[in-house]
Design a binder for this molecule. Structure first.
Ligand code: AR6
Length: 199
């Protein structure tokens, strides 16, 4: 088994679970969060609002994960996780980012998820340096995969070429080269099925 790397829009993937890079309110935002809410439809926001608040305005602390259905998306579940805002790297950012990956994988195992796709959590608005974040994503997912059977497919989604390259070099440094054909291997899953056919 290998960690897969795929370049494109995570909202098009017919996987069991896609991970959202959200904020602690879970009430939507820009970036991949905005794209996921737009593609899933307004029921996603209702489902997020229905999740319990830990304190006013906070439904999911940084480094944790919450689950909702995926509504109009071709995926089955959305796992909402909250990455750390990058400050200087000395405020627990690496451990918090690692938790986003690890706790999402624990939830996936609990829900019998066979395939899961992650965006580059914290690498947009939250400003995490790309190569450091890619190293954490690669380390957590490879470590998980080497010691667990599920999820069988773990896909790191790069929205742009720079992120794809960062994943390639992070995985190669950890002993897993990524062949250029990886996205072709993945293509049969990314069928772009109309949402109604996928449910
Ligand atoms: N598919 C895959 N990746 C995407 C997509 C997409 N459709 N769109 C963007 N990305 P960001 P963060 C990539 O900013 O840094 C939101 O407002 C993007 O290129 O979405 O964790 C939330 O509500 C980047 O590599 O998330 C929070 O307030 C990566 O996804 C805050 O932003 C993450 O960028 C979270 O910031």
């Amino acid at each position: 088994m290998k960690i897969e790397v795929w370049q494109g829009d995570i909202t098009t993937l017919a996987v069991d679970a896609i991970v959202n890079a959200a904020n602690e309110s879970l009430l939507g935002g820009g970036g991949v969060d905005g794209a996921i809410h737009r593609a899933a439809g307004p029921q996603l926001l209702d489902a997020c609002r229905a999740l319990p608040e830990i304190r006013p305005g906070m439904r999911c602390p940084t480094g944790e994960v919450r689950q909702t259905p995926a509504f109009n998306l071709p995926a089955k579940h959305v796992f909402h996780t909250v990455g750390p805002v990058w400050q200087d790297g000395l405020r627990d950012e690496p451990a918090l980012l690692a938790n986003c990956y690890w706790k999402s994988l624990q939830l996936a195992e609990k829900l019998d998820v066979e395939s899961i796709a992650f965006p580059a959590i914290s690498c947009g608005v939250f400003g995490y340096p790309l190569h450091q974040a890619a190293h954490i994503a690669a380390t957590e997912t490879l470590t998980w995969q080497r010691s667990h059977r599920q999820p069988r497919r773990i896909i790191l989604v790069a929205y742009n070429a720079a992120t794809f390259k960062a994943y390639q070099s992070a995985l190669a440094a950890l002993g897993q080269p990524v062949e250029p054909s990886t996205s072709a291997i993945f293509a049969p899953l990314a069928l772009g099925l109309p949402p109604a056919a996928a449910h």
